[in-house]
Write a protein that binds this ligand. Structure first.
Ligand SMILES: [Fe+2]
Length: 184
């Protein structure tokens, strides 16, 4: 699926993001969250535009890579500020995106289907920090499926493995086969 994320937004996000673009909360994670979200979206009646923007915005306002309880709320606020410039979401899409951002790190498992897919897409990428996703903390049946978790885990750890083993930086172009990074 063609990405809704524009080159202009990537340039903006690179400039705004306070943390390491290539590290655990940066662009390779965002790209895998988008990928996970679009795979889940094949099974549910959900908004893939909101899911893609969630992937690229939910951690953008982080101020550190550990505890940062306010980052979801800040991401939601930012989404409102940049909607006209970059996203062009309807009022209801924006409020769904904001709900997903605000709730993504609170551990909740009940929400609007689009929001649940956003949260699962993020949690399925925990392998990058050495955590195997626990089905109990996933919201949708598809995400909680053993083989779905395993496939997402493999994608997330491969990146960590390569980066650690060969000392290379994450190559965000490789993290999502559907995502055309050459446009950026
Ligand atoms: Fe995340």
């Amino acid at each position: 699926m063609k990405s809704v994320i524009s080159q202009a937004f990537i340039a903006y996000a690179r400039d705004r993001f306070r943390l390491d673009w290539y590290d655990i909360h940066g662009a390779s994670h965002w790209s895998r969250v988008r990928h996970n979200g679009l795979l889940l979206a094949e099974h549910y009646d959900v908004d893939t535009t909101v899911i893609q923007w969630f992937a690229f915005i939910h951690d953008l306002e982080r101020r550190n890579d550990w505890e940062d309880p306010g980052h979801g709320k800040r991401a939601a606020r930012l989404a409102g500020e940049i909607n006209n410039d970059f996203m062009g979401l309807s009022k209801s899409q924006l409020s769904t995106l904001q709900a997903a951002c605000i709730g993504h790190s609170t551990g909740k498992v009940e929400a609007d289907p689009t929001v649940m897919v956003c949260w699962d897409a993020d949690r399925l990428d925990l392998g990058r920090v050495g955590i195997y996703p626990n089905a109990r903390y996933l919201c949708t049946r598809t995400a909680a499926n053993e083989s779905f978790i395993e496939a997402a885990y493999q994608r997330s750890t491969e990146r960590t493995y390569r980066a650690e083993e060969d000392g290379a930086e994450y190559d965000i172009r490789d993290t999502d086969p559907d995502f055309n990074w050459s446009d950026y």
